[in-house]
Write a protein that binds this ligand. Structure first.
Ligand code: NI
Length: 140
């Protein structure tokens, strides 16, 4: 395994970095580098976990987004229309400020569910998104 340490430079919004630093302090990390390494590992694990989702599944995708960001609401709606044969329903809850919380409930093939979840996650203005899936029970 490659043990050589690489140095990278990253540009981040100040607000995001402040929040990250506060979390690191609360969790007792000794350095920002260690925290970033951990965050990247978690990100990679999440991606690997998503790649394993296959077969018929029931799922929820929860999304927190800023509806004041131009185009977020319409992009989310357009994407959901593309997957309308899988989407059973969605719940929209208005949070403080311009934040919206949406939960999509769907059923379909694992790979397609993951595609949808990834497309949602990559929309600018989407702050958090989480996918939960349940495999279909095999009938005895
Ligand atoms: Ni809303």
């Amino acid at each position: 395994m490659e043990k050589r340490l690489m140095r990278i430079g990253v540009s981040l919004p100040g607000e995001l970095l402040d929040k990250f630093d506060k979390t690191l302090m609360k969790r007792g990390y000794s350095s920002r580098s260690e925290g970033i390494r951990d965050a990247i590992r978690t990100y990679n694990q999440y991606y690997e976990w998503m790649q394993q989702i296959k077969g018929s599944r029931t799922a929820t995708i929860s999304i927190v987004y800023d509806c004041s960001k131009k185009g977020v609401t319409s992009t989310l709606a357009e994407i959901q229309h593309e997957y309308m044969d899988m989407i059973n329903s969605s719940i929209h809850f208005h949070m403080e400020g311009n934040l919206c919380f949406e939960v999509i409930i769907l059923k379909g093939e694992g790979e397609q569910i993951v595609d949808l979840a990834q497309r949602i996650l990559s929309i600018k203005g989407v702050k958090h998104s989480r996918l939960i899936t349940v495999p279909e029970e095999k009938k005895e």
